[in-house]
Design a protein. Structure first.
Lengths: 232, 232
DNA sequence: CATTGAAATCTGATATATCAAGCATCAGAT
DNA sequence: ATCTGATGCTTGATATATCAGATTTCAATG
């Protein structure tokens, strides 16, 4: 028996390091709106508050900067750049990327992928009817995850994940509303069928509208009124 | 006379620092294919070659990592992650984002924006007829830049810029072909008209196909055969 | 000869000291 | 009272020393 059937290699990324801890901490705090837009961060003070040296903190800040969540001005300070408009645009970015992924999934999906997506939709129907929000969150994630897999994309999926502003708590809040559950179910069903029939344009359009809609709902709950107003 | 009419404030970002130099150097080298996909980089060696300490290099590497161009395995090494597939996906990411921006531009463009875009198209026609590639490159950039402006987007445009794999040299090569110049001109004209008439769906679709097409041409010249083959 | 495992070596991770630029303060000049 | 500019403090930028994990080497062992 090959050993590979009994154990699985550990991915080196799993090993914890301070930089990623700090990065996740700060990212969560920023996208949750716990920092004011434009608020100034001091590297020294932040490092002291976090109990780390400035080296891993600086690396985490550079990652956040690359993600567009902070802006660094040399010898002046680091400033948070995340407010309502950026949240909206981040949501649109995710819609654009996720809909491109859906288009590719519609083009490349195998029959087994279609079967799996339809099965997930059926189980979503059950969870929606039962109002099992925790299960629904897992199924939603599995649904989008399988579309990613069927698309055969890697970079696009990683880039899309960086546009994500939800954590588990926020998802619970969003899906707590029965209306949202119903809308999402219908959209997921339509996306699955578009992929099943290989209709790339439909898959892209429905996915885009789905992500835009749920994103706007989220942004509104976090930031209040949105400038976009009408749907795109 | 207000002083602001005679001088313009310097942006703090303009001030040079080693980190950004290193980042630009490495990014250019990677997207130009001057590193093998999977090639290992040593922080110490690279820092020595570049003549900097590991601190700014580490920060540059974290930015590249956030952009998906390298992957760091703790205490093992930093590996370049950029090959044909990733180049394709990066091109698709730009298409997705740029087409979302075009959609928003079609929704929000003012008459003055439309006038400016049409003027740029006219000048592109002239430059195309004259075969003035340098001018054409500038006009292309101005055209896309003005669509960005008309869209009112900031984050989306910055994210889009990160998907860019062209530098001036590569553009000269691409637009060196008369066929490419003709195709691009027609697409630009159609995009301008879609924005002018507020046709969001058309603006998005034409922009997407435009970016996908020119991206595939570029990827093919750099990496040879593409897996995508047929157009999406 | 194959295998083991400890030591040496290499690596990224982290902490810290130092540097120079930005900025505020305030004394001195007008 | 206002303006000037020198001074000192704060800040991010950079270099470097050190740490501990990962890998390799190689001699001891069966």
């Amino acid at each position: 028996m090959a050993e590979s059937e009994r154990v699985v290699p550990v991915h080196p990324i799993f090993l914890a390091n301070l930089r990623d801890h700090v990065h996740h901490n700060l990212r969560d705090a920023i996208v949750a709106g716990r920092f004011q837009d434009g608020e100034r961060l001091s590297e020294r003070d932040l490092a002291r508050e976090l109990g780390v040296s400035t080296t891993p903190l600086k690396e985490a800040l550079r990652q956040l900067e690359s993600e567009g969540l902070v802006r660094t001005e040399a010898r002046r300070g680091v400033y948070v750049t995340f407010g309502a408009q950026q949240a909206e645009e981040m949501s649109l970015a995710r819609a654009a990327l996720e809909s491109m992924i859906a288009r590719l999934a519609a083009k490349r999906a195998e029959p087994s992928d279609v079967e799996r997506l339809r099965d997930l939709v059926r189980r979503m129907e059950g969870a929606t009817a039962a109002g099992d929000i925790t299960l629904l969150i897992d199924l939603n994630e599995a649904f989008h995850g399988h579309i990613h897999e069927a698309s055969g994309c890697d970079y696009l999926c990683r880039l899309q994940a960086k546009q994500q502003m939800y954590n588990h708590t926020i998802r619970v809040g969003l899906l707590g509303e029965a209306e949202e559950r119903g809308l999402a179910l219908g959209e997921h069903r339509a996306i699955a069928e578009a992929i099943a029939t290989g209709d790339q344009d439909a898959a892209e359009r429905i996915m885009r509208d789905h992500v835009v809609r749920s994103g706007q709902r989220h942004v509104q709950t976090v930031f209040g009124a949105t400038r976009l107003g009408d749907t795109i």
